[in-house]
Design a protein around this ligand. Structure first.
Ligand code: SF4
Length: 436
């Protein structure tokens, strides 16, 4: 049997796409290998969100040159966002590549690999194609949690982001195809699903008849075997009261929301084209906290966006302290080709970005430590997903609010179980506990 080695960079959507591609190629008789030196086909699933991510891919391709010299039959492919964005430039800069294809062509990966073999020349496939639901995935008996794409693309055109150019406009999958996929996952033993979309809470607006994320969550809730439902990434612009109520009322929906803020300054938000103000965002947070008491919140932030002054940055810090996020992901702004912000003249010096990022992370860590400490003594439901990395005698899992918990399971086999755990100690980024 031929062997496939997959290298994945970037977000959860890419992880998910890689699994789908492996599933599709599995049908074409490729089995996965961890070793690139024994592969017949190497696929790199790429990310274009930051320049650094792209450079990593080119340096990896440089490393693969030697393998190709040893095994001229080896096929090397580049897929995903960077493939969609750079297209032929990848073949020019890295002649070792045989195949470049974007997300819309993913469902035809088997056919594209065959074309490379047959035509013995590089193949480029980055055109638009109708949205196809790929349900084939790798069968991994040890897995409990699955990602399920419910929509692709984005129409928002934030001035820093390449997604509208790499993933196209917002398109939703039909509810029935999503539910069928999740029923299949439940039968394989999966207990938790995360519904994925770049703007997941805009789900269904483009469907006829129109659907919405709240209704989809209610339907997933009916599927026997699935115990937890999460979704990401939500956009404040599309956050509805109906979705907030679903978070409160649908038993399997976890009380956790990732809601990107990006900046706490109205001036910067407007230049980012985010479509909301700081006041509107705070209004949403208040409504969320009133509807779902105790909801855990996380966010994404960009520091050093072009033109960001110290005062703008302080406005972000103030928002972070005010909202009190349970966790956050902060990044230095990085210029992406084809995006308007890359051309803004008032780029912020790297040293300022680095200093601001350090300060923001310090603030965020202090809040997280405080929030974790408040959980000491509480009993929390944990989905057991393995053993602790530090102490293999301890079990590990996640709470409904997505916190990592390591706990003494009293020597019991609890993998895949939902168990009550009493929190005994709060660490900066995780919790410790014991079976309640
Ligand atoms: S909403 Fe998200 S995916 Fe869409 S352009 Fe903005 S940052 Fe990118």
């Amino acid at each position: 049997m031929a062997k496939l080695h997959l290298i994945t960079y970037g977000c959860q959507m890419n992880e998910y796409d890689s699994e789908r591609v492996a599933g599709l190629l599995g049908r074409e008789r490729y089995e996965l290998t961890d070793r690139e030196d024994e592969a017949d086909l190497i696929l790199i699933n790429t990310c274009a969100i930051r320049e650094k991510a792209e450079e990593k891919v080119f340096s990896r391709l440089g490393q693969l040159k030697g393998l190709k010299q040893k095994n001229p039959g080896l096929i090397i492919g580049v897929m995903g966002c960077m493939a969609q964005l750079q297209q032929r430039d990848i073949l020019k800069r890295a002649p070792v590549v045989d195949l470049v294809f974007g997300s819309p062509a993913m469902s035809r990966v088997g056919e594209l690999v065959e074309r490379v073999k047959r035509e013995r020349r590089p193949v480029l496939e980055t055109g638009e194609h109708p949205l196809t639901k790929i349900t084939s995935t790798l069968s991994r008996p040890d897995r409990l949690k699955a990602f399920v794409t419910v929509m692709e693309g984005c129409d928002k055109y934030c001035t820093f982001c390449v997604v509208p150019y790499t993933r196209g406009r917002e398109r939703s999958h039909a509810p029935e195809s999503i539910l069928e996929e999740i029923r299949g996952l439940a039968q394989q033993g999966y207990r938790e699903v995360t519904l994925l979309g770049q703007n997941v809470n805009a789900y269904g607006k483009d469907l006829t008849p129109a659907a919405d994320l709240a209704a989809l969550i209610e339907s997933v809730n009916q599927i026997e075997g699935i115990e937890r439902i999460r979704f990401t990434t939500s956009n404040p612009v599309n956050l509805t009261r109906r979705l907030m109520r679903a978070l409160r009322d649908v038993p399997k929906a976890c009380e956790y929301l990732h809601l990107p803020l990006q900046s706490g300054s109205d001036r910067v938000l407007a230049r980012m084209n985010r479509g909301y103000t700081r006041a509107r965002y705070l209004e949403l947070i208040q409504e969320l906290q009133e509807t779902v008491p105790g909801i855990a919140l996380s966010t994404d932030l960009i520091v050093g966006f072009p033109g960001e002054t110290e005062a703008d940055f302080e406005a972000t810090v103030e928002m972070v302290e005010g909202v009190g996020y349970d966790s956050l992901f902060a990044f230095r702004y990085s210029r992406r080709p084809r995006t308007p912000a890359a051309e803004f003249p008032d780029q912020v010096p790297e040293a300022d970005k680095a200093r601001r990022l350090t300060r923001l992370l310090e603030v965020a860590n202090a809040i997280q430590a405080r929030k974790n400490a408040a959980l000491e003594g509480r009993e929390m439901e944990v989905l057991v997903d393995g053993v602790s990395k530090k102490d293999p005698r301890e079990l590990a899992g996640r709470t409904r609010c997505n916190r990592a918990v390591n706990f003494d399971g009293g020597g019991r086999q609890l993998y895949g179980e939902l168990v009550p755990v009493r929190i005994t100690q709060a660490m900066p980024h995780s919790l410790r506990g014991a079976l309640a």
